[in-house]
Design a protein around this ligand. Structure first.
Ligand SMILES: Nc1ncnc2c1ncn2[C@@H]1O[C@H](COP(=O)(O)OP(=O)(O)OP(=O)(O)O)[C@@H](O)[C@H]1O
Ligand SMILES: [Mg+2]
Ligand SMILES: [Zn+2]
Length: 562
C-alpha cells in the first residue's frame, strides 16, 4: 500500500471542512447562494493556507450537477472528477512555469469554446504574479469581457507584483496565516482519525515550526510519524525539528540564577551534542524572557495555567530590568550568530553576556575554585578548557565592594531589584572627604552599589560638581547602559545622596575618558595580579617539573591569582 502524504489525503473538499478563512467562506457562500457571481477572483496569502484548496471547492460549487451551490455534493461525476484532478473544464495553470504570452494565448484560445462537461470553464492561474507583462496584457482583455461560461481564479503569494489593471478587475480575498491553535486542533483531529497516538505538546512544536502554513504543518507531521515509528512524542519532535525544548532554556535560567558558569556552558555543550539549532535556541530564549517579563507585569496575559506555574519562580527571582536587558542580549546574540567565528562560540558568548550583566548577587555557586583562587595547570588539550576558564573571569570574579553581603550559599533568588542600597557603612567622614576630593574611585566603591548601577558607576570618571549637580563622564563604549536604562543616573544619584545626606542631581554624559575609570583601574590591577601569578607559577619548582616531565603547558588564561 502506498502512503499518501497527509496534506493531499486531508485536503478539505468542502467549505465546511476548511480550517479558518471564515471571511472568505462567508463571502463565497453568499455569492453562490444568491447567484451573484463575479467572473474573476484573486486569492492572496502565504504558502499552504488554502488558495488551491478553496479554488477547487469553488470549481465544484460552480459545476456540481446538483446545481450551483455552496455545498457541492462531492458524489456527482463533476465533483468526483474535480477532486481527482481530471475534470476537463477545470484547468490549473502554474504561472511560474508557464509565464509567457504564448501560454496565456493558448489558454485564452481555449476559453472561447463552451465547456465540455460542466457549466463553467474555470481557469485557476497559480502564482499569477510570475506572468510576463505581455501575458498580463493578453489576459486583460478577456478579464474585461469574459465569455459567460468562463471564470478565472487567480492565486498569488505576492500580490504586490500584480498590475493594478488586473487587480481592479478581480474580487480580492486575502487568506490568513493559520494561527497555531487552529493548526494544533487540526493535527490532533487528523491523528485521531488516523489512529496515531501522540503527546499533545508535540503538536505545539510542529505548529510553531510550521509558521502559519497548514501544508508545512502536515508535511512535518508526516516526518514525525516516520521518525517516531507510528507514535508522536514531544522529545522526538524536538529532536526532529532541531529546536530546543524549554528544559534546556530553563536550565539556562537556573544557571544564571546560581551564577554557575560551568552549568551554563554545559547547556551549550548538551545542545551541540544533540545538534540542536543555536539560532532557534536564542529565539526561544527571547520568547521565554518575554513570557517571564509578561508574567511579572501582567500575569493574566499568560493564560496557560501550567506555563504560569512553571515560570513563576523565575518571575520572582529575576529583576524586571535585567529581563529587559536579557531580552536585548538574546536578540542581538541571534543577529551576531552569523558574524561569530562559529555558532557554538556565538551562542556561548551570548550566554556569558547574560551572565556578565546579571545584577550583583550572592557569591558564585557551584564553582568553588572561582572563590578559592589558585592557579591551574592543564595539559595542552583542545581549546575548550582554556576558553572556559577564561570565560569565568569577567564580572563575577571582581572583588565585591566591602559592604556587600556575602552570606547565602544555596541557589538563592536574586534580590528583587537593585535599588539604591542601604546607607553605606563606610565612615561618613571618609565619604565626605572623597566627595570633596573628587575621588570617584573611593566614592563609588564605598556606595556598595549593585547590578547595573554599579556597572554604570564603574565606567564613569569624575568631572566635577557644581552645587547639587554632579557631572560624570561615561566611557563611550558603555553608552548602551544609558540607552537601555535611562533611569540609571538618577538611581546612582539617589545612592550618592543617601550616603552623603545631601541632595544630588546626577548628570552623566558619554565622552572620551581623560583619566581612568574604576573599571579600567580594576582591570589593570587584575592584569597585574595575573601576570604576577603566572610568573610565580612559572618559577614554581613543582610546576616546572610538571612541564618538563609531562610536557604540560601552562594555560595562562586559567591562572587565577590568590
Ligand atoms: N485552510 C485550510 N484548512 C485545512 N487544510 C488546509 C488549509 N490550507 C491548507 N491546508 C492543507 O495544506 C495543503 C495545501 O494547501 P493549498 O494547496 O490550498 O495551499 P496554497 O495556499 O495553495 O499554498 P501554495 O501557495 O503553496 O500553493 C492542503 O492539501 C491541505 O491539506
Ligand atoms: Mg497552491
Ligand atoms: Zn456534485
Amino acid at each position: 500500500m502506498s502512503y499518501q502524504v497527509l496534506a493531499r489525503k486531508w485536503r478539505p473538499r468542502s467549505f465546511a471542512t476548511l480550517v479558518g478563512q471564515e471571511h472568505v467562506v462567508r463571502a463565497l457562500t453568499h455569492a453562490l447562494a444568491t447567484g451573484r457571481l463575479h467572473h474573476a477572483w484573486l486569492f492572496t496569502g502565504t504558502r499552504g493556507v488554502g488558495k488551491t484548496t478553496i479554488s477547487r471547492i469553488l470549481a465544484k460549487a460552480l459545476n456540481c450537477e446538483t446545481g450551483v451551490t455552496a455545498e457541492p455534493c462531492g458524489q456527482c461525476a463533476a465533483c468526483v472528477a474535480i477532486d481527482a484532478d481530471r475534470f476537463p473544464d477545470y484547468v490549473e495553470m502554474d504561472a511560474a512555469s508557464n509565464r509567457g504570452v504564448d501560454d496565456m494565448a493558448a489558454l485564452l484560445d481555449q476559453a472561447v469554446y463552451a465547456p465540455v462537461q460542466g457549466r463553467y470553464k474555470v481557469y485557476m492561474i497559480d502564482e499569477v504574479h510570475m506572468l510576463t507583462g505581455h501575458a498580463f496584457n493578453a489576459m486583460l482583455k478577456t478579464l474585461e469581457e469574459p465569455p459567460e461560461h468562463v471564470k478565472f481564479i487567480l492565486a498569488t503569494t505576492d500580490p504586490q507584483k500584480i498590475p493594478v489593471t488586473v487587480l481592479s478587475r478581480c474580487l480580492q480575498f486575502n487568506l490568513k496565516q493559520m494561527p497555531p491553535g487552529h493548526i494544533i486542533e487540526h493535527l490532533g483531529h487528523i491523528l485521531d482519525a488516523e489512529g496515531i497516538a501522540f503527546e499533545p505538546p508535540a503538536l505545539r512544536h510542529v505548529a510553531k515550526a510550521a509558521a502559519g502554513s497548514m501544508r508545512d504543518a502536515l508535511s512535518l507531521l508526516d516526518q514525525a510519524i516516520a521518525h517516531g515509528a507510528g507514535r508522536i512524542e514531544e522529545d522526538q519532535v524536538i529532536q526532529m525539528l532541531g529546536t530546543v525544548g524549554d528544559d534546556h532554556l530553563l536550565a539556562v535560567f537556573d544557571a544564571l540564577r546560581a551564577g554557575d558558569v560551568p552549568a551554563l556552558l554545559a547547556v551549550a555543550d548538551g545542545m551541540a551534542a544533540r545538534s540542536l539549532s543555536f539560532d532557534a535556541a536564542l529565539q526561544a530564549l527571547a520568547t521565554l524572557v518575554h513570557r517571564i517579563a509578561l508574567l511579572q507585569y501582567a500575569p493574566q496575559a499568560v493564560a496557560d495555567e501550567a506555563e504560569r506555574a512553571r515560570l513563576a519562580p523565575y518571575g520572582e527571582c529575576f529583576d524586571p530590568e535585567y529581563l529587559q536587558l536579557a531580552y536585548q542580549i538574546a536578540i542581538h546574540g541571534r543577529e551576531e550568530l552569523a558574524l561569530a567565528p562559529d555558532e557554538y562560540a556565538g551562542f556561548t558568548m551570548t550566554l556569558l553576556r547574560l551572565h556578565a550583566f546579571r545584577p550583583e548577587q550572592p557569591p558564585a555557586l557551584g564553582s568553588p575554585d572561582a572563590r578559592n583562587g589558585g592557579g591551574g595547570v592543564e595539559r595542552s588539550a583542545g581549546s575548550r578548557p582554556a576558553s572556559r576558564s577564561a570565560a569565568e573571569s569577567p564580572a563575577p570574579a571582581e572583588p565585591a565592594p566591602p559592604s556587600h553581603a556575602r552570606t547565602s550559599q544555596a541557589p538563592q533568588p536574586l534580590p528583587q531589584s537593585v535599588q539604591a542600597p542601604a546607607p553605606a557603612p563606610a565612615n561618613a567622614g571618609e565619604l565626605a572627604a572623597a566627595f570633596a576630593a573628587g575621588d570617584w574611585h573611593a566614592l563609588q566603591r564605598s556606595l556598595g552599589l549593585g547590578g547595573m548601577v554599579r556597572e554604570l558607576a564603574q565606567h564613569c570618571e569624575w568631572i566635577g560638581c557644581d552645587g547639587e549637580r554632579v557631572n560624570l563622564r561615561l566611557s563611550p563604549g558603555h553608552r548602551h547602559l544609558l540607552d537601555l536604562n535611562p533611569g540609571l543616573p538618577a538611581r546612582l544619584g539617589e545612592a550618592l545622596a543617601a550616603a552623603l545626606g545631601r541632595s544630588i542631581r546626577m548628570d552623566i554624559r558619554p565622552g572620551e575618558i581623560a583619566s581612568v575609570t574604576p573599571a579600567q583601574r580594576e582591570a589593570a590591577e587584575k592584569r597585574a595580579r595575573h601576570v604576577e601569578a603566572v610568573a610565580a607559577l612559572e618559577s614554581d619548582p613543582f610546576v616546572c617539573e610538571l612541564i618538563d616531565r609531562f610536557d604540560a603547558t601552562l594555560v595562562e588564561a586559567s591562572v587565577r591569582p590568590l
